[in-house]
Design a protein. Structure first.
Length: 285
């Protein structure tokens, strides 16, 4: 019987995680609070997989099989039934994640792994709101999920060896390279990236440089495939701003204090590619 993965949150990250799981042969249920969010997430998955067919990287029969194993739902209880793992992929807000994990803990049998796609928040703190913290773990994917190979697997204070080992195994089946990291603020990648994002925003706000020149400098001087502000626009200005704010709240370190430019961009709805404008403007077609 095909194993089932349920993903909570049908945004960019959630739909990406759902896509790699369905491509790996799993039955997948994508869940959100509103049917329009679910439909948009499913449409994005169909779009990306359809492009693979157009390029000859995926057979139409394989696509049809994948789509037959992919469903969307707004009823969390029905969607998690029979799942081997439930992955939460919502906004980086602890209160929201707390509410979701309390609900999942009540709905899912003890053997079901409960994973959070948090990029900065403490897995131990998330696990503490449940009655079964040993099955709670972090799986931090990177955007765009289908293309990025790394997954940070974060063990909380009470995460069991069995949970960690099974999670690593599942991530590998998804075609990812998992690394197990400690439950420290920002884990590995975002401890560095939040500082870099913040410094780039401050440089632009002060008029020290432009987004274009910063990105060119990093691509040509450090051999990065994308520039800093290009990455922010791709991930979402709001997502990156929330991550920086979370790092600042958790560490209390001034170096993580969010640049005022992020607040301005959020107020102006300049959230990156998804809104058509962030540090750059994008063709809406």
């Amino acid at each position: 019987m095909t194993q089932k993965i349920t993903v909570i949150g049908a945004g960019t990250m959630g739909s990406g995680i759902a896509q790699v799981a369905v491509e790996a042969g799993f039955q997948v249920s994508l869940v959100d609070t509103d049917r329009s969010f679910v439909d948009r997430g499913l449409a994005n998955i169909r779009k990306f997989l359809g492009k693979k067919v157009e390029k000859g990287k995926l057979a139409q029969t394989a696509l049809d099989d994948m789509l037959s194993r992919l469903t969307g739902a707004t009823d969390t209880a029905a969607a998690v039934a029979g799942a081997a793992m439930v992955v939460e992929a919502v906004f980086e807000k602890f209160e929201l994640k707390k509410e979701i994990f309390q609900k999942l803990d009540a709905l899912c049998p003890p053997e079901v792994i409960l994973a959070s796609n948090t990029s900065t928040l403490s897995i131990s703190s998330i696990a503490a709101v449940t009655k079964t913290p040993g099955r709670v773990i972090g799986t931090h994917y990177f955007s765009p999920v289908p293309a990025m190979r790394l997954v940070e697997v974060i063990r909380g204070k009470e995460t069991t060896d069995a949970t960690a080992e099974r999670t690593v195994e599942l991530c590998r089946k998804f075609g990812k390279t998992p690394i197990v990291v400690k439950d420290i603020p920002g884990f590995i990648v975002n401890r560095f990236l939040c500082l870099i994002y913040n410094e780039a925003a401050d440089m632009i706000a002060r008029g020290d440089s432009t987004a274009q020149d910063i990105d060119q400098a990093m691509k040509l001087g450090c051999n990065w495939p994308m520039g800093i502000t290009e990455i922010i626009d791709l991930a979402g200005v709001d997502v990156c701003a929330n991550a920086i704010e979370a790092m600042y709240q958790m560490t209390g370190e001034e170096r993580y204090k969010p640049s005022p430019l992020f607040a301005k961009m959020l107020a102006d709805k300049k959230l990156g590619r998804k809104t058509g404008e962030g540090f750059y403007k994008y063709d809406s077609k």
